[in-house]
Design a protein around this ligand. Structure first.
Ligand SMILES: [Zn+2]
Length: 420
């Protein structure tokens, strides 16, 4: 992938994220990396490498979708949200149980992953934080985006010491791109969580976990009752002899903070009783733990937007994710950012960091992704606002702004290099 031809790109704006926006900017790409950036005419003998003039376009770092589940990318529309998170999870389980098994399951999974990766490129996404319940024998399809694959695990009856064998096998298949994800407080026993986090520390892998996504989750992990108990009993996932030992989000945060990098997904109710200290604890560990919000999913399943201002006030790095097509109509992080900016929750500049540099940090890819700088891989997205604009940050988030090209390591993987 790094054998791309040298490229000289010029655009009305280059927004590097790590520094101020450059008007009438250019950048040079060699061997898939950015080797020079500047303003106005680039230096060097004329004609050395033809300049591709992208007109009124804006060049950004390739966007980062910090949380999704690509296995659902073949769904045409989100599942019904009736009954909030417990009702929605019951539908996800029914969907999974109706799927094919054996080789047909593997073929379906690979096809769905390819659809999700392709759709991500069409939205300007070049780096993904992905949750996997299974990993194909050949690993993830390498059709473009860089993928951090967090192998998810869950179980309330786990009694072993090491991680389950299928999890270890998948981590071996993933190699450097692996991460680990205990699913959520109400589905992961304390013992399984300990085994997973010990494995993450042993392999030096980042972790991520859904936490404080609903009030039903908090009720269940602090008292053992409510809709989740009913759901797990119905599904036959409730251990017959005893209440499973589960932990509240604040305890999980302390455990997650023992590995080198982690992210909390959603965190919608972290600051609320009966576990209200969880947000303070997250803030204490902000050098290791960030948070990923999925605004449209949270609105659908919890009826509100994520408490992003509280996270930012606590100094926590916030990333944007789309969650999956089981709860969201598409995999566009720009769509998620527009939701927050449109509601007045964050500024365009804050939203930009949430889908680039801070999202890259959350998935432990900050040295490769999330900003434009000399020496970095040329992972870029070219946006074309329609009509007049003066402020590039405002223009990025306009609903009629199009993705005209997505590049990974200097190669055009979606669209084409053309003026906006
Ligand atoms: Zn999720």
């Amino acid at each position: 992938m790094s054998r791309a031809e040298p490229l000289h790109l010029r655009a009305r704006w280059i927004v590097p994220v790590g520094g101020p926006a450059i008007e009438d900017g250019w950048l040079r790409i060699e061997h898939g990396r950015i080797v020079a950036i500047g303003r106005h005419a680039p230096p060097g003998p004329p004609g050395e490498t033809a300049i591709t003039d992208l007109g009124d376009s804006i060049i950004l770092p390739g966007l980062v979708n910090a949380h999704t589940h690509l296995e659902f990318s073949d769904l045409e529309r989100p599942l019904d949200a009736d009954g909030g998170l417990p009702g929605w999870i019951a539908r996800v389980v029914a969907l999974r149980r109706a799927r094919p098994t054996g080789d047909a399951a593997e073929a379906r999974l690979v096809a769905a992953l390819r659809m999700g990766l392709g759709e991500s490129l069409s939205h300007g996404v070049t780096t993904i934080g992905e949750i996997a319940t299974a990993v194909p024998r050949g690993g993830y399809p390498s059709i473009g985006p860089r993928v951090r694959v967090y192998r998810e695990a869950l179980g309330l009856s786990f009694g072993g010491r090491g991680v389950p064998g299928v999890v270890a096998r998948d981590l071996d298949r993933l190699g450097d791109s692996a991460g680990i994800s205990p699913h959520a407080p109400m589905t992961v026993s304390s013992a399984l969580g300990r085994a997973l986090l010990r494995e993450a520390a042993r392999r030096d892998l980042p972790v991520t976990m859904h936490l404080a996504e609903s009030l039903a989750e908090l009720a269940y992990v602090t008292g053992g009752g409510g809709p989740f108990r009913d759901l797990f009993s119905t599904l036959g996932a409730w251990p017959a002899d005893r209440s499973p030992p589960v932990l509240p989000p604040s305890d999980w945060i302390s455990r997650l903070a023992r590995v080198r990098r982690g992210s909390v997904v959603h965190g919608t109710f972290l600051g609320e009783p009966p576990d209200a200290t969880a947000l303070d604890r997250l803030a204490r560990h902000r050098n290791r733990l960030g948070v990923v919000v999925c605004p449209r999913t949270t609105r659908l399943l919890s009826g509100r937007l994520p408490p992003v201002r509280q996270f930012l006030a606590a100094g926590v790095r916030v990333a944007i994710g789309t969650d999956s097509r089981a709860s969201n109509p598409d995999l566009s992080v720009l769509g998620e950012a527009r939701e927050l900016v449109g509601a007045g929750v964050v500024s365009p500049g804050e939203a930009l960091r949430m889908m680039t540099s801070d999202a890259a940090w959350n998935v432990a890819h900050e040295v490769r992704a999330g900003s434009i700088a000399v020496g970095r891989p040329a992972d870029l997205v070219v946006l074309a606002p329609s009509g007049q604009f003066t402020d590039p940050l405002d223009a990025i988030l306009r609903a009629d702004t199009r993705v005209v090209a997505t590049l990974r390591a200097g190669r055009v993987l979606h669209g084409r290099l053309a003026g906006g």
